[in-house]
Design a protein around this ligand. Structure first.
Ligand code: PHE
Length: 348
């Protein structure tokens, strides 16, 4: 009788060991486990059979069964660990010919490149970078800048008026000049890049949402020479061409006197090219000395303080620098357009 019990135990033990060793997946192993140690498994059946024996016999047969249970349990645990750390295909360690899909990287938008560069230039001159709201009021966008209602200059600003009275989408970043002068004490040196809006038809050189960069400098005895020097440094750095000259021509903006338009000598040629249309000069933006009315409106005494302001379009700079021929491309979100700037180092 005793031999038979022994034999059974040994048989179960050797088949269990083989089966566990040959299990290749967790699922296979799990079903072998149930077969052996589950409620209806071989070990449980033997346990039930044990009850039919006398106490004395149970004392001898019981420990044999228990040690089999423990052994199977440990084989199971070892095999489970082995399955989990095994390479998926143990024959292939590393396939150097395997195809790996190329990684596509995102890049910074040309706006980000240019604005970062402009900010670096002005911060290096000791200026501050400031922001103003895109949803503006009539006072900051027009009245405080010497453009009262019915002033003809308002007609040049095709304005997106909002349903709330006296509220609009700012038509230029010059509104940030007003906000800065009203909230800070002179001397002031600020640069304000930002989004602006004009209600007009779009074409290759006009969009109804565009970017501008405003500059404002207020101190004592500021002259046009300071304005020219500042614009020259900014443009030379921006185009990475240190021979660039600045040209001023009279223009009219109600918030500056004199009002000027500034151009730079063509950064790409010395005798006329397609970019400067053979003129050797490229128009960049507007500028002038801040009008005393504007200073007074912002509670700055024009007998003590004066200064200059300038503004230019960021798209124009980007189009010149990167040879972009349609301003609308900036906002299409087209991958083919954006990927061209993915490898431009930041701020270049
Ligand atoms: N705000 C003007 C424009 O949008 C540009 C400008 C800024 C002119 C500052 C003079 C001084 O056209």
């Amino acid at each position: 009788m005793m031999d038979e019990w022994h034999k059974q135990i040994e048989n179960i033990s050797s088949t269990a060991q083989k089966k566990i060793a040959h299990a290749n997946t967790q699922e296979e192993l799990a079903s072998i486990y149930t077969e052996l140690l589950g409620k209806k498994g071989v070990i449980s059946t033997l346990s039930r059979a044990l009850r039919t024996y006398s106490e004395e016999e149970r004392r001898i047969r019981g420990p044999l069964l228990q040690s089999l249970r423990v052994t199977i349990e440990s084989w199971y645990q070892d095999r489970l660990t082995a399955i989990n750390i095994r390479p998926i295909n143990k024959d292939i360690v590393c396939d150097i010919t395997a195809y790996i899909a190329p990684t596509t990287y995102g890049g910074l938008h040309p706006y980000t490149h240019i604005i970062t560069h402009i900010e670096d230039i002005f911060v290096s001159l000791g200026w501050s970078i400031v922001e103003g709201p895109e949803v503006e009021d009539e006072f900051h966008n027009f009245d405080a800048l010497n453009i009262p209602p019915h002033h003809p200059a308002r007609e040049q600003h095709d304005t997106f008026w909002l349903p709330t009275p006296h509220t609009l989408l700012r038509t230029h970043t010059s509104s940030v000049q007003v906000r800065t002068m009203m909230n800070r004490q002179p001397p002031l040196a600020i640069c304000a890049p930002g989004r602006t809006f004009r209600h007009e038809a779009t074409d290759a050189t006009h969009d109804f949402v565009f970017m501008q960069c405003e500059g404002l400098f207020i101190d004592r005895n500021v002259s046009l020479a300071h304005l020219v020097g500042t614009i020259q440094i900014c443009m030379q750095q921006l185009f990475r061409n240190y021979t660039i000259q600045v040209r001023l021509q009279p223009d009219y903006f109600p918030f500056v006197e004199p009002g000027l338009q500034f151009s730079v000598s063509c950064p790409f040629c010395s005798s006329g090219c397609s970019v400067c249309k053979k003129s050797q000069w490229i128009e960049i933006g507007g500028a002038g000395l801040v009008h005393p009315h504007v200073l007074r409106t912002c509670s700055i005494d024009p007998d003590i303080w004066n200064g200059f302001a300038f503004g230019f379009g960021i798209e124009r700079i980007a189009m010149l620098l990167y040879h972009i021929n349609d301003v609308r491309l900036f906002k299409t979100g087209k991958k083919a357009f954006l990927q061209q700037f993915a490898h431009v180092p930041q701020g270049k």
